[in-house]
Design a protein around this ligand. Structure first.
Ligand code: UTP
Length: 291
């Protein structure tokens, strides 16, 4: 079985749900506590064993590239001032520049199209996808959980969770075959179905392990829901030809592409922090008492 060495981070979306904040600042650069979302995603990929990091970005999102570029001037200034913690904060997460790659999606034609833009950087090997606005808090990194399934089953693996039926319109939804309560065989996939038509309430969140054949299907540029080139539609066409599983990962997923989800993530991550979790809790209790 071919190892999964590369991860694609599609970060070229318009982020319309977060306007006006996303007019000049990419939502992937929004901080949860003190790290931007994109850094959590890269760190999850790295902790899962990924070696090459591929970003599909868009004009105007240069801040993402800058975040992963060393900044010798700032490092020097912090070192000169003896600010060792701050120095560590801006260097420790940096991946080796030779293993970070950027490509452009010049028009936001949909997630499927964004992934297709990475085809040459990925090449002919299985790869992972992480959507940075889905933040997953878990003991074992979410992507690592998917990769463990991939090693056992091969083919395609997607991270899934049950959502309230009235929300199926926001997600890619599974039609399941064999299902042991953790791992479900994927028999069908529908993007953003009406609750009445949804084949289940098991929805795909932003973690995938896919075979490179997806690129040939995406090359056809078929439009789906919302007239976008949908990744789900291309994945649906791989069913039957290769093993395909949905994993109910262990962990809590926050939808940071949406205001309440982002706020919840900020609270949860602040409370989990050793350095100021307690003060965050005291502050929140104060608000709760005010009612
Ligand atoms: P979303 O559905 O969250 O879209 O995309 P969005 O544009 O980011 O945000 P809204 O809905 O307008 O508020 C899911 C992921 O796919 C990427 C986004 O950057 C995000 O990581 N994406 C989406 C692209 O890279 N290109 C696209 O054309 C669409």
């Amino acid at each position: 079985m071919q190892l999964v060495r590369k991860a694609v981070f599609p970060v070229a979306g318009l982020g319309t749900r977060f306007l006006p904040a996303t007019k000049a600042v990419p939502k992937e650069m929004f901080p949860v506590v003190d790290r931007p979302l994109i850094q959590y995603a890269l760190e999850e990929a790295r902790a899962s064993g990924i070696e090459e990091f591929i970003f599909v970005t868009a004009p105007g999102k240069e801040a993402i590239e800058a975040h992963f570029r060393p900044d010798p001037e700032l490092e020097h200034a912090l070192a000169a001032q003896g600010k060792t913690e701050a120095h560590e904060a801006i260097t420790a997460y940096l991946p080796d520049p030779h293993h970070v790659h950027f490509t452009l999606q010049t028009e936001a034609l949909g997630l499927g199209h964004a992934i297709w833009c990475a085809r040459e950087l990925v090449g002919d090997e299985p790869f992972a996808i992480l959507l940075p606005d889905d933040l997953v808090q878990s003991e074992t990194p979410c992507l690592k959980q998917l990769l463990d399934v991939y090693e056992e089953k091969g083919g395609n693996v997607v991270g899934v969770m049950d959502v309230p039926r009235e929300e199926t319109r926001r997600y890619g939804i599974l039609e399941t075959g064999e299902d042991d309560g953790r791992l479900a065989e994927v028999r069908g996939l529908v993007e953003k179905p009406d609750p009445a038509q949804a084949p289940s309430t098991l929805s795909i969140i932003g973690r995938y392990v896919l075979q490179p054949e997806i690129f040939d299907l995406l090359a056809e540029r078929r439009q789906g829901a919302g007239n976008e080139i949908q990744l789900t539609d291309a994945m649906a066409r791989m069913i039957g030809g290769t093993p395909f599983h949905g994993l109910r990962f262990a962990g809590h997923r926050f939808d940071c592409g949406e205001r309440l989800g982002f706020l919840e993530a900020s609270v949860a991550y602040a409370l989990a922090r050793k350095d100021f979790g307690e003060s965050a809790r005291a502050m929140l209790e104060g608000y709760a008492k005010k009612g």
